[in-house]
Design a binder for this molecule. Structure first.
Ligand SMILES: Cc1cc2nc3c(=O)[nH]c(=O)nc-3n(C[C@H](O)[C@H](O)[C@H](O)COP(=O)(O)O)c2cc1C
Length: 386
């Protein structure tokens, strides 16, 4: 049976992932913080965006090709950075980088990946972006950036929405430590998931390899105190300026919700703003990321490149974000649900699902280019008050 018949949507891949990865891994991937109100808020905001269907426009041939930050991509969709990706599915970073390279989508490698930039950069090639959690020590910062550049990464993403640790209660309950330290309960969970267990044996225990060069990690820290915090400076405007001075390629600032911050970031030399509430993992009181988009677009004007993430599950969601001002969209958890379901084949399949769904909805809307989605906007729901 074809993959499309068995897993026609991301929700099918998500259900299969839940069955195939140990519970503590699922809790790491799927959770947010607090009451997890941000996840349904992100979803509801997307669902409220409706379009006018177009009829009598003849045959429509969607063109999904998208130019962004000087690079051509197959569609306006990419892979957001996910820490400890290789814990979620063995070999995840290499599998996603490979899929990104063959499919022509950007892959953003996290600072707290289980593989080194030197290993993943050559696989991702010109599709590789590197994400930086801000190290406190300027020497470590300079060293990481030099290593990323030498490994072939051209686009740098500085994540600024972690001013301190968040509680992530589900992760605490699942007893996940950094690096993962196995408890008897975890061993039992692993025993129920033979594909994950065998893959992990083959790829070796997931370790935060880049971090290990700078820190002593003994498995006694809870996962919420992850090395991003151990290394971090809670970044400020001087920090952004310092990173700007060190990086000569495109600089993206990730985790922005407030229009005034976006304006000041543009003036500080950012090349793109990544509108995100970190998928709800940091602050349960954050607004839906989608609600921030039109405000930021209105404040910053038409030319500043904007990336959006937070709850994107389909091609239609991509069009919703583009209609409200984004130029590009990213998925975080989605690619990992796909890997958990089917391994590397799952990521490839999700790319196909997104491409087909994007094209199919564009035809319904009479669009040849995704960036014209705003022309068919019907409503984006009640505007939240400030
Ligand atoms: C398990 C997990 C780990 C993450 N790790 C990182 C990270 O290392 N760096 C980062 O900038 N964002 C990280 N994020 C946030 C994602 O890049 C992205 O903003 C978020 O997942 C988007 O929401 P979505 O999962 O609904 O697509 C992480 C998110 C999850 C779910």
């Amino acid at each position: 049976m074809s993959l499309d018949l068995r897993y026609p949507a991301l929700s099918d891949l998500k259900a299969a992932c839940k069955r195939r990865v140990p519970w503590f891994v699922w809790e790491y991937l799927d959770s947010a913080t607090g009451t997890e109100s941000v996840k349904p808020r992100n979803r509801a905001a997307l669902d409220a965006v409706l379009f006018q269907p177009a009829v009598l426009r003849g045959a429509i041939t969607p063109d999904l090709q998208t130019q962004f930050l000087g690079q051509d991509y197959a569609m306006p969709v990419g892979i957001a950075p996910i820490g400890m990706s290789g814990l979620i599915w063995p070999g995840a970073e290499a599998a996603l980088a490979q899929m990104a390279q063959t499919t022509r989508l950007p892959y953003c490698l996290s600072t707290v990946a289980t593989r080194l930039p030197e290993e993943i950069g050559p696989i991702a090639g010109d599709m590789g972006w590197f994400q930086l959690y801000p190290p406190k020590d300027p020497k470590i910062r300079a060293d990481i950036l030099t290593r990323a550049r030498n490994a072939g990464f051209r686009t740098l993403v500085l994540t600024v929405d972690l001013p301190g640790p968040s509680r992530r209660e589900r992760q605490l309950r699942a007893q996940l430590a950094i690096p993962p330290k196995l408890t008897p309960s975890m061993l039992w969970q692993i025993a129920q998931c033979p594909s994950w267990a065998l893959g992990t044996l083959r790829h070796g225990q997931p370790r935060l390899r880049l971090m290990e060069a700078y820190l002593k990690l003994d498995g006694n820290a809870p996962s919420t105190a992850h090395p991003g915090y151990l290394l971090r400076a809670a970044p400020d405007w001087d920090y952004v300026q310092a990173v700007r001075a060190l990086w000569d390629g495109p600089l993206v600032i990730k985790g922005v919700i407030e229009p005034q911050d976006a304006l000041r970031l543009r003036d500080t030399g950012a090349d793109a703003i990544w509108v995100s509430n970190h998928g709800g993992r940091q602050f349960d009181g954050a607004p839906a990321a989608l609600h921030a988009l039109p405000r930021i677009r209105a404040a910053i004007g038409p030319d500043m490149p904007l990336i959006f993430d937070g709850g994107v599950e389909s091609g239609l969601d991509v069009l919703r974000a583009l209609a409200l001002g984004a130029d590009f969209t990213m998925l975080g958890r989605g690619w990992h649900y796909a890997l958990g379901a089917l391994g590397p084949q799952g990521a490839q399949h999700l790319a196909q699902i997104l491409r087909d769904d994007l094209a199919s909805n564009m035809i319904q809307m009479g669009l040849t280019q995704p960036k014209k989605a705003h022309l068919q906007l019907w409503t984006h729901g009640p505007a939240p008050e400030i």
